[in-house]
Structure formats: structure tokens, C-alpha cells
Design a protein around this ligand. Structure first.
Ligand SMILES: *Cc1c(COP(=O)(O)O)cnc(C)c1O
Length: 368
């Protein structure tokens, strides 16, 4: 089905096109000038001491976990409401995911539930910053200190998001921001891994580049693989990053407009943002018991619908990690009620008006 209004549309113009062309014409296609400049700009933007690129967020999480060098079979706490890659990256890194329910109002990991899931085997915690804001990091850091756990932040969706002025991904030991095609800014496929720890940075560099610190040598000091990107992707990312402030400003103004249209529709619920976190609307998120009807009506009006994450404990390959009768009522409820509405460069007020009408008429019909 082709849609008049899609969920995602990156803000691409002649800047991206010209820089990509420059790389292709230069003949130097692997990591080069743009990669160096992109990393420098990311460090300035996020305030991170160290940064390396990865081919995508999923492999970025995997690489970050390898760099942490956690004991095989160790348990890692992961929110039950997240994207599949949070859990699979941990499994591929030899860890056992232990799922924790989330807060219904923020969609992020429920801090009160973390300690009861800690065992002697727990080695790490992966807060995931979903849907435009960060998890509540101060209490998470306190728990991590108390039990000597490493913190890996899945900040895939959190470019531009801060917690008490610290950029997402820079708060724990290591963090990963994705630049996939549907994220706030994109390199097509790609991600950055952030750390403030020089030893972890060294591990990352060795692991991502064949166990050596410099390319061009055939002497390899440790085991490593190839997690490099192309300078074509970096050129895209470099130009996108220049637009980040403009993209965020636009998203926030569209968010406000959706809100003014929908705030009085009875029984609709919206995510609450914790005061410590800034907000970069990833989509416009709403929760309604009529979610299935809303998505059907959007589809019928050529607006691409999108629901919320499917809980980890319900995924066929992950069920075995949530035994012992554990329940995840908030994660289940979010999946049942969640609807994502598009917020991107192609959306304007008149489109928001028509989307809002569809939503409110579904809710009103559903109530009658
Ligand atoms: C997108 C996303 C990922 C994976 O990133 P990719 O670049 O698509 O591999 C991981 N976690 C979360 C929460 C995401 O939204």
C-alpha cells in the first residue's frame, strides 16, 4: 500500500547529496575525512570524550557489550518494552537478558522494579531511552554502584536528548545512538558508541578494526572484527548533524500542535516526560483503548499507521528468559494501547489536522 503520509521522512537536501557525491568522486570510500569530521562534531554535540562509529545500532550495542568484556552467562537487566535488538545484542554477546517492566506513563524502565530482579549473576543493566526522553538515570546509577553493575545505555532513539544536561549515551559506562533511516538524524544505516572511559575506547577501537589500532598494518595485537562504516555514510551523517537543532525545533512545534488538537479528546493518554529529561519527539505517541480502530482508520485514509513495541517476554525466541511466572502488565498494556503518529519534515499543520480528526472521531465513535 502506498501512503499519502508516511511514518518517517528524513530531511535530505542538496547538502547531503553534494557531500555524498564528493566522497564517491574522491575515490576514498571507506572511513576517511568525513568520518573524522563527523566524529569530532558528535563529540562536540554530545560532550562525549570518546566516540566510534558502528555499522548500525544493533551491531553498536553488540560491540559495546563486547568492549565491556562481561563474563559469559552473566545476567543483564533490560526493559521488557523495547526494540528487539536491545535483547538480541545481549544474547549474541553471551549474556542472559532479564526483563524488567516499564513505567506506563513514560514507557521507560521502572526503577522501583530493578532491585528485585538482581541476582548474584547480574553484571549489567541496559536502560533504553525510548520515545523521546531518557530513563531516570540517577537512581539507576545508584543501584548500579550498589551492586557493582556496568551500565550500557541503549540511546538508539535519543540523539539530542539530555538528562540533567548530560547527553544520552554519556551517562553510563557506554552508550549507543542509532542513525538508522527512521531515527532523528540518519546515515542510512549507522550508529555511534560513546564512552568517557579511555580503556573502553581502546577496546572499542581494537574490536571494530581487526584487533589493531591503525589500519594498513598486518600486525594484530588482539582479536577484532570489522565494524567500520563507509565515508559515504559519514558524509550523510555529517550533513544531518548540522540540521539537528532545526529538526528538533520542527518536531517540537509539530508535537505542540498535535497536543493542542488532541489534548481534550476524552480518554486519550499521552506520555509524561520526567523533569530531568529534555524531550525530542521521536513520533507523537498516544495511548487509547481504541488503538486498533485508530490504526485501521489511519490506514484507510492512506496515513501509515504504527503501533508500539511488542513486549520482549512475548517474542517467541525470548519467552524462555521470562520464566518463574513473571508478568509485565505495563509493557502489555502499552503494546495494546499504543499508536505512533508521524512527526517529520513532510508533516505540516493541515496534515496534523486531518490525522487528529481521524483519531478523535474513532475515539468518539468507540465511546458511543
Ligand atoms: C532503532 C533501535 C535499535 C537498533 O538500531 P539499528 O540502527 O536499527 O540497528 C536499538 N534499540 C532501539 C531502542 C531502537 O529504537
Amino acid at each position: 500500500m502506498s501512503y499519502d503520509i508516511t511514518q518517517v521522512s528524513p530531511l535530505i537536501d542538496s547538502h547531503e547529496i553534494n557531500s555524498v557525491l564528493k566522497v564517491v568522486e574522491s575515490g576514498w570510500l571507506t572511513e576517511g575525512v568525513f568520518t573524522e569530521r563527523f566524529i569530532d562534531e558528535i563529540k562536540i554535540k554530545t560532550g562525549s570524550k570518546f566516540a566510534v562509529l558502528a555499522p548500525n545500532g544493533t551491531l553498536g550495542l553488540y560491540l559495546a557489550l563486547l568492549a565491556l568484556d562481561l563474563p559469559k552467562g552473566g545476567e543483564i537487566l533490560i526493559p521488557d518494552f523495547t526494540f528487539y535488538a536491545s535483547a538480541t545484542s545481549a544474547i549474541f554477546a553471551g549474556l542472559t537478558p532479564v526483563f524488567v517492566d516499564v513505567d506506563y506513563s513514560t514507557c521507560n524502565i521502572s526503577v522501583e522494579l530493578i532491585e528485585e530482579r538482581i541476582t548474584k549473576k547480574t553484571v549489567a543493566i541496559m536502560p533504553v531511552h525510548v520515545y523521546g526522553q531518557t530513563a531516570d538515570m540517577d537512581p539507576i546509577k545508584k543501584i548500579a554502584e550498589k551492586y557493582n553493575l556496568r551500565i550500557i545505555e541503549d540511546a538508539a532513539q535519543a540523539m539530542g536528548v539530555t538528562y540533567n544536561k548530560m547527553h544520552a549515551g554519556c551517562i553510563g559506562d557506554i552508550g549507543v545512538i542509532s542513525f538508522f533511516a527512521d531515527k532523528t538524524i540518519t546515515m542510512g544505516e549507522g550508529a555511534v558508541i560513546l564512552t568517557q572511559n579511555e580503556d573502553l575506547y581502546r577496546n572499542l577501537k581494537l574490536l571494530r578494526n581487526q584487533g589493531r589500532l591503525n589500519s594498513g598494518s598486518f600486525k594484530h595485537e588482539s582479536l577484532g572484527m570489522n565494524f567500520r562504516v563507509t565515508d559515504i555514510q559519514s558524509a550523510l551523517g555529517f550533513e544531518q548533524l548540522k540540521k539537528l537543532d532545526e529538526i528538533i525545533k520542527n518536531k517540537l512545534s509539530l508535537y505542540e500542535y498535535y497536543m493542542s488538537n488532541l489534548k481534550d479528546v476524552p480518554n486519550l493518554k499521552f506520555n509524561k516526560v520526567i523533569p530531568e529529561s529534555s524531550y525530542v519527539p521521536f513520533r507523537f505517541f498516544l495511548k487509547s483503548e481504541h488503538s486498533k480502530k485508530i490504526m485501521e482508520s489511519l490506514e484507510n485514509s492512506a496515513v501509515q499507521p504504527r503501533g508500539f513495541f511488542y513486549p520482549m517476554h512475548r517474542q517467541p525466541m525470548l519467552k524462555k528468559y521470562s520464566t518463574n511466572g513473571q508478568v509485565y502488565p505495563n509493557s502489555d498494556r502499552l503494546y495494546n494501547e499504543g499508536v505512533c503518529l508521524p512527526i517529520h519534515s513532510e508533516i505540516d499543520r493541515s496534515k496534523i489536522d486531518s490525522i487528529s480528526k481521524i483519531v478523535s472521531s474513532c475515539v468518539l465513535k468507540g465511546m458511543s
